[in-house]
Write a protein that binds this ligand. Structure first.
Ligand code: NAD
Length: 504
């Protein structure tokens, strides 16, 4: 046996053996098939995950339906559901170090990035635990003798499908409000990153969440995800992922008229005016695109710079981009990790070739990094193209990697026109010290998440979601809870006697 094969067998032996969680039991795939989960920094197999089948998804849906109908969760007083969510938050905090390390191994993000995600995940459970115990519903003064009221109820069985770029946090953004509202769930993590989602379900078991409330099925999107989106007993599908997949899910869900919530892709503009604080603008522009190696839906992947500072900006941006320390995210010195998979690496590298062919000026990066032990991982240098134009594919299409398109603009009007010339409308930012101009431009942006003199920070309190082809609905905030609720009007007759509409 070759040395490399020996090594692989050893790594496989050490790999975590993951299972799906259906009706309170840990299960292998019904046909026993598994999929290797790879550390994108090293190429090592870190886990083996069940490759779930449509039958597995059906079993999870049946469990979620029966549990919802039993009322064991939906009928629980809100304070008691909240108590579970608070216990889950505490457990996430207790296991923060382990979860952070695993997130880095599974997704490739740096320990610093993963640490923020884990902290935010705990905070999100606490946030919805607080919200669900607040008063809700309304009463209305209508014509006597009627009394009208509106109450909020859980939607029922919620199918939650998430991507790989924030394996834990994207799961929690859906699971916390869905459970808070009293739903039962069938949750599908990305097949690429099932490790921390499994740890989360283990926490649910540890805190004694009733069996069947939270079910997790792993596996391929077109198999397990499709079953969730199409099944008649799933009342709602909440999806985060690519716009193409989102369109498919919306069409699939139409047959059973499910409620649909979609958090999709982006190609977000970052507008930098000449009167901005220059170093702050450069700094956030770098953070906007290279955080998470650009694998962030809201990444500032189009930078628009006012003409008079354009060349100065390019020089400083490239200088700083070249200094970013790229490497294994589990090394605390690393500032930018790898791409998540070989497949995604190939996609991002192909876009870099497209950019070159389209005639954009390569400012920095533009290649895979393989020296200094990076050859087994999926690393790409922080890349910037300058002098890009609207018709270029690298300006219009989501690359989802550390690749940014930079172009100049003449004035405020042109900046707004260029910024909005996109099928996407997820996020955007403006850098200027002129407060009125900043707000004026932001109000014209057709995007759901925006910043002035900042990029990326987001909060549990504020709704997250996109305009145009970046999605439908919102996560987080009160809006994020309402996504997982139905509203019902109740009209009560206070004088119980016949209406007398028809003659006797
Ligand atoms: P993806 O669309 O390929 O996959 C997302 C999930 O959908 C995965 O669990 C996948 O298995 C599943 N899926 C794939 N095909 C399916 C099908 N036919 N039916 C049902 N489910 C299916 O996306 P990805 O590559 O995992 O993630 C990257 C994308 O996610 C980017 O476009 C990014 O912008 C987007 N994203 C958006 C947000 C947001 O909040 N708007 C947040 C994170 C990521």
């Amino acid at each position: 046996m070759l040395e490399t094969e020996k090594e692989k067998v050893k790594k496989d032996a050490e790999a975590l053996q993951l299972k799906m969680y259906i009706n309170g039991e840990w299960k292998e795939a019904s046909d026993q098939k598994t999929r290797d989960v790879i550390n994108p920094a090293t190429g090592a197999v870190i886990a083996e995950a069940p490759e779930g089948t449509a039958e597995d998804a059906q079993a999870a849906i049946a469990a979620a339906k029966a549990t919802f109908e039993s009322g064991v969760w939906s009928d629980l007083p809100a304070t008691e559901r909240a108590a579970y969510l608070l216990k889950i938050a505490d457990k996430i905090d207790e296991k923060a170090e382990e979860l952070t390390k695993l997130e880095t191994m599974d997704n490739g993000k740096t320990l610093r990035e993963a640490g923020y995600d884990v902290g935010d995940a705990a905070a999100c459970f606490r946030y919805y635990a607080g919200m669900i115990t607040q008063p809700d519903g309304h009463t209305y003064h209508v014509a006597d003798p009627m009394q009208a009221m509106v109450v909020r109820e859980p939607v029922g069985v919620c199918g939650l499908i998430v991507p790989w770029n924030y394996p834990l946090l994207m799961s929690v953004w859906k699971i916390a409000p869905a459970l808070a509202a009293g739903n039962t769930i069938v949750f599908k993590p990305s097949e690429v990153t099932p490790v921390t989602p499994t740890k989360l379900l283990e926490i649910f078991e540890e805190v004694g969440l009733p069996a069947g409330v939270a079910n997790m099925v792993m596996g391929a999107g077109p198999v397990v995800g499709n079953e969730i989106a199409s099944h008649k007993d799933v009342d709602m599908v909440s999806f985060t992922g690519g716009t193409k997949t989102g369109k498919h899910i919306m069409k699939t869900a139409a047959d059973t008229m499910k409620k649909v919530s979609l958090e999709l892709g982006g190609k977000s503009p970052n507008i930098i005016f000449a009167d901005s604080d220059f170093e702050t603008a450069v700094d956030y522009a770098l953070f906007g695109i290279y955080a998470g190696a650009g694998q962030v839906c809201s990444a500032g992947s189009r930078i628009l710079v006012e003409e008079s500072i354009y060349e100065k900006f390019l020089a400083r941006f490239a200088e700083r981009a070249k200094e970013i320390r790229v490497g294994d995210g589990s090394d605390s010195k690393t500032e930018m990790g790898p791409l998540v998979s070989q497949e995604h690496l190939d996609k991002v590298l192909s876009y870099i070739e497209i950019g070159k062919e389209e005639g954009a000026r390569l400012l920095c990066g533009g290649e895979r990094l393989i020296s200094d032990g990076l050859d087994k991982g999926y690393f790409v240098a922080p890349t910037a193209f300058a002098d890009t134009t609207q018709e270029m594919r690298i300006v219009q299409e989501e690359i989802f990697g550390p690749v940014v398109a930079i172009q100049p603009f003449k004035d405020e009007e042109e900046a707004i026109r260029l910024a909005n010339d996109s099928d996407y409308g997820l996020a955007g930012a403006v850098f200027t010290v002129d407060g009125a101009k900043g707000l004026r431009v932001i109000k014209k942006l057709r995007a759901g998440i925006t910043w002035i003199n900042s990029y990326h920070p987001t909060y549990n309190e504020a709704p997250w979601g996109g305009y145009k082809q970046s999605g439908i609905g919102r996560s987080l905030g009160t809006f994020g809870l309402e996504e997982f609720q139905e509203v019902k009007q109740i009209n009560i007759n206070l004088e119980v006697e016949p209406i007398g509409w028809f003659e006797k």
